[in-house]
Design a protein around this ligand. Structure first.
Ligand code: SIN
Length: 281
């Protein structure tokens, strides 16, 4: 018998109800949530009221917390990265499609994002489903991609060669460009066997993937852009509208996400905890 309510969403993810995270969850409820997370790669909770300590405790049920090198930390809880946009900032964090941490040798499993202050309008987050994107490709392209690795880099998003966030005024990042420049690029299969579900998922993203291993960037970009265009198709996407008490927990190995930057002049503050992952095969 299920101990939670589950509503599967069309593009990607599931909304989980019938649960109060602040009151604590039983081992059976946790196992049920974990099963949905593993199957769907993305879960949402509504109407929750968890404080920072409860946020950390929930995250620790899933694995070790990764302290982000590029985001400002919460002043009392370094485990929490501040995803904030002030009214006078033009850029936001995560305003382009990406999968967090694909530039790491062992990319983070995922992040738990809690809404703390929301704009009156806008600020939705979009997610895309990398299982469905891979499944939608023709057999020939699937087989070609299964034989390829891709090179991922933090340099072009966070380093001095930053092209991804160029021209933005984004006070919420800590401008740790030396650290990004010093990071070696990482290589992962272009299609991974997901460590939780065992399913195949496309694992390239516009934020951090530079080229296929052994291919020039010029040769890689047309194919990458073709894949990116498919992943942006509506049938693979869920648009999440935040309300007070909303929480999203995404798996970086199964989804991409994009934070819509359409609330200029208003403040948005989210608390993000990222959980460590593993090497991908
Ligand atoms: C991110 O972690 O990329 C930001 C997501 C959001 O603010 O909605």
């Amino acid at each position: 018998m299920n101990t939670i309510e589950v509503k599967i969403l069309e593009g990607v993810g599931a909304e989980i109800g019938g649960i109060d995270l602040a009151a604590g969850i039983s081992a059976t409820q946790f196992a049920d949530i974990k099963r949905v997370f593993s199957d769907e790669g993305l879960i949402f909770f509504r109407d929750q009221s968890i404080d920072e300590k409860q946020h950390i405790a929930f995250a620790e049920m899933w694995g070790h917390i990764n302290v982000n090198r590029f985001f400002a930390a919460h002043e009392d809880y370094p485990q929490i990265a501040m995803v904030t946009k002030e009214p006078d900032q033009t850029g936001n964090i995560g305003g382009g499609w990406h999968a967090d941490h694909s530039y790491d040798v062992e990319p983070a499993m995922g992040s738990i994002l809690v809404a703390r202050e929301l704009p009156e309008t806008g600020g939705d987050t979009f997610f895309s489903n990398m299982y469905k994107v891979f499944d939608s490709l023709s057999q020939g392209l699937q087989e070609t991609l299964l034989g390829l690795n891709a090179v991922h880099s933090a340099k072009y998003a966070f380093g001095s060669q930053n092209t991804y966030h160029k021209g933005e005024v984004t006070g919420a990042r800590i401008g740790n460009s030396e650290s990004a420049d010093a990071m070696p690029d990482s290589i992962h299969p272009a299609v991974i066997t997901h460590p939780l579900s065992g399913r195949k998922a496309l694992y390239v993203n516009p934020g951090f993937t530079r080229h296929f291993e052994g291919w020039s960037r010029e040769d890689s970009v047309p194919i990458l852009e073709y894949l990116f265009a498919i992943a942006r198709q509506e049938q693979f996407i869920t648009r999440f509208h935040w309300e007070p008490g909303s929480i999203a927990f995404w798996d970086n190995r199964a989804t991409w996400h994009l934070a819509q930057n359409d609330y200029q002049g208003q403040r948005r503050e989210m608390h993000r905890i990222t959980i460590e992952g593993c090497a991908l095969t």
